[in-house]
Design a protein around this ligand. Structure first.
Ligand code: TXA
Ligand code: MG
Length: 333
């Protein structure tokens, strides 16, 4: 069931469901989340079940902005190190998730049993309206992974969520997600910032705001295998996805000729096929615009039943890192 995010009654209905331990999908500026009361281990158990996600994979907890958010921070997390406070100042509300030391005894299921917790304050107005209303009714945060089945492409519209979970799940419609790829994740629980997942907010922006060097997860002595956004094969469409340069894609299309079928291509350069049955979409030259389209394009190709997706490798520049990361993982699926 799709609910109108602009309607106060819809928000009130969502809060009722959440307070009763149920699940509600909600929009954020990155992707849609599958929400449950983060303080109820039973409610959070429903997320793992619905997603088919292993119970030791930690979830992100979403909190409201402003004073409610500050209260939630101290409820879920131990006092933040100064560099993490600077990141909160600079980027919240917005597409940045911080991994911080958890307050013992709270949100254990949401944290997948770890002694850290992922916190994020989304900027989407509908998400904020929902989180505010939840906080007022005694639900200080919503555990919310991306609202897709485990290992699949994240949803960027209410319809995507509906397609995956059916009519029984209430989905609050907030339009197409502006950012289109999941939040940047920075681990702040190890004394210095570590980038766990690239996103719209770049390394340079994080380093400037934190006033510290940002390390890569590869340098961790105890890398965290349970961070599922960091699994190699993730975000996979049903079709096989290959990253190639434009010349190789053109050469492949030339070899297949007029008989080419069940293939889709997503390229910045113009490529030509002699087959009407090759699906072609242009990737924008701009990284932000490409991120916005990425998951919707992959879902569209899947819906058309293609078997192969050829994507032109994005430029090797910092602003493309989030898109490159998602495409690389999709190509491992
Ligand atoms: O943009 C986003 O972050 C979206 C929207 C809905 O907010 N959420 C999202 O959630 O992408 P999810 O669960 O699909 O990805 C969260 C990632 C996972 O890779 C998870 O393992 C990692 O964050 N994570 C969460 N808590 C963690 C923790 N305590 N330690 C390490 N990794 C953690
Ligand atoms: Mg996900």
């Amino acid at each position: 069931m799709i609910l109108d995010g602009q309607s106060p009654e819809a928000i009130a209905e969502a809060v009722r469901v959440l307070r009763a331990g149920g699940l509600v999908a909600f929009p954020t500026e990155t992707v849609y989340g599958l929400g449950a009361d983060a303080t109820s281990d039973m409610a959070v158990g429903g997320i793992f079940k619905a997603k088919g996600r292993p119970a030791d994979h930690p979830l992100i907890v979403h909190v409201a902005a402003g004073i409610k958010g500050t209260e939630a921070l101290s409820r879920f997390a131990q006092p933040l190190p100064p560099f993490a406070q600077k990141l909160v100042q600079a980027f919240w509300p917005g597409p940045l998730t911080l991994i911080v030391t958890r307050q013992p005894g709270v949100a254990a299921a949401a944290a997948g049993g770890q002694d850290t917790i992922g916190l994020r304050c989304p900027s989407h107005p509908v998400a904020q309206a929902l989180l505010e209303a939840c906080a007022e009714q005694g639900v200080p945060g919503l555990a919310g992974p991306s609202a897709n089945r485990f290992g699949r492409v994240s949803p960027t519209t209410a319809q995507h969520v509906h397609d995956e979970f059916g009519d029984a799940l209430p989905v609050i419609d907030g339009g197409a997600c502006e950012v289109g790829i999941e939040s940047t994740i920075v681990d702040c629980s190890r004394g210095a910032p570590v980038l766990l997942r690239p996103g719209l907010i770049t390394r340079a922006q994080i380093e400037a705001a934190a006033g510290e060097r940002l390390s890569d997860r590869e340098v961790l002595e105890t890398p965290d295998p349970r961070a599922s956004g960091t699994l190699e094969a993730h975000y996979a469409p049903n079709a096989k996805l290959r990253l190639m340069d434009a010349k190789a894609i053109q050469a492949g299309l030339d070899v297949l000729g007029p008989g080419a079928a069940h293939i889709a291509v997503w390229t910045r350069a113009e490529v030509r096929s002699h087959s009407q049955r090759v699906l072609q979409r242009r990737m924008p030259d701009d990284a932000v615009a490409s991120a916005h389209q990425l998951f919707a394009v992959l879902r569209e190709f899947d819906a058309q039943g293609v078997k192969l997706i050829w994507v032109e490798t994005p430029p090797d520049t910092p602003e493309w890192e989030g898109v490159r990361d998602r495409l690389h993982r999709a190509s491992m699926g």
